[in-house]
Design a protein around this ligand. Structure first.
Ligand code: DGY
Length: 327
């Protein structure tokens, strides 16, 4: 019997590919950059399974032009690049990889928070540029992290992992989420606040929510205006959650002391973007989950979801479990 054809939009951890190859005929987009949309459209004509990255637009028209498609398996926890409703309409499960990247992503949110607070990137740049002259009482002074108030927007796995780390810095932690979690409030010693209060009271604000069109530009000019003078803003979630023009205003006006972004909208940030001129902004290229081990685990989970979907079994991590209720 012929093996089903699956298409991987990027080269992933080799042992995960081998696992898929045991049950499927595998073709892999050879580029390091995402495949163009017309290639995706062409490949889905034949594919029974797709293994995708967050950079691949899996639109309704891709899904509707995929007559044989049984499963989409995304190697990421977020799946806002996929029209999940279109997949659900066709009964196609969409897999994703929650859980395995939680701690690694929280580590990185902290790396950004610390770097922004203590101006690590600016300081490193100055030393490389030969600007280091001598110790000085006013040289590169930053903001204390210990004892400060951290506001976490989105209190899922990653938000909670970020909160756990804050204990070591004796921080007060506030959170906002559509769902209040009284159990976590006790175990993590965090306080629930409405968004307005959280923004007004936090010294550091870190975003950890999924992106949905309803949350587009959740953090806009008005939200930045509500923040404390000299606050520090961190985004490791999705770029679309933030109005970057408003962020520019907040940084230029010194409303914020600094910001650190691992995500942008669009990605990559266009060359010459005015934000790139600002010394109080750190930007990294969407690497919060990028430890080798975590990327390997993500690849395995994506492979397992893909294989389950090909075999008509329930995906362990499914973004649209409604597909199983229908039939
Ligand atoms: C995700 O998984 O959604 C992250 O943004 C990248 O790992």
């Amino acid at each position: 019997m012929n093996k089903p054809f699956v298409w991987l939009t990027r080269q992933i951890f080799e042992p995960a590919i081998q696992k898929i190859s045991e049950v499927a005929e595998v073709e892999i987009w050879p580029g390091e950059n995402p495949p163009p949309s017309d290639v995706i459209l062409e490949k889905v004509q034949q594919a029974e399974g797709l293994l995708t990255m967050l950079t691949d637009p899996i639109t309704a028209s891709v899904i509707e032009n995929a007559p044989r498609l049984k499963v989409i398996s995304q190697m990421a926890v977020g799946f806002d690049n996929i029209d999940v409703d279109a997949a659900t309409r066709r009964g196609i499960p969409v897999g994703h990889t929650p859980g395995v990247l939680t701690e690694t992503t929280a580590d990185f949110a902290w790396a950004l928070l610390m770097a922004a607070a203590r101006r690590v990137v600016e300081a490193n740049r100055e030393v490389h540029q030969g600007i280091w002259r001598a110790w000085g009482p006013n040289v590169l002074t930053g903001v204390d992290v210990h004892g400060a108030t951290l506001g976490i927007i989105g209190f899922g796995r990653i938000g909670q992992a970020v909160a756990r780390r804050a204990r070591g810095f004796s921080m007060k932690v506030l959170y906002n989420d559509p769902q209040r979690d009284e159990q976590a409030e006790k175990t993590l010693n965090v306080e629930y606040k409405d968004l307005d209060t959280l923004l007004q009271e936090s010294d550091f604000i870190s975003l950890h929510t999924y992106y949905t069109p309803q949350l587009h530009h959740l953090i806009n000019r008005q939200r930045f205006e509500q923040m404390k003078e000299g606050a520090i803003f961190i985004n490791t979630a999705r770029g679309g959650l933030v109005d970057h023009q408003a962020l520019q205003w907040a940084l230029e006006s010194k409303k914020l002391a600094a910001a650190a972004l691992d995500v942008f909208d669009p990605e990559p940030i266009p060359a010459g973007h005015p934000l790139l001129q600002l010394p109080n902004l750190i930007i990294t290229p969407h690497i919060a989950s990028a430890s080798t081990f975590t990327r390997q685990k993500m690849a395995f989970i994506a492979a397992e979801n893909l294989i389950a979907g090909l075999g008509g079994e329930k995906l362990t991590f499914c973004a649209n479990p409604q597909v199983y209720q229908a039939g």
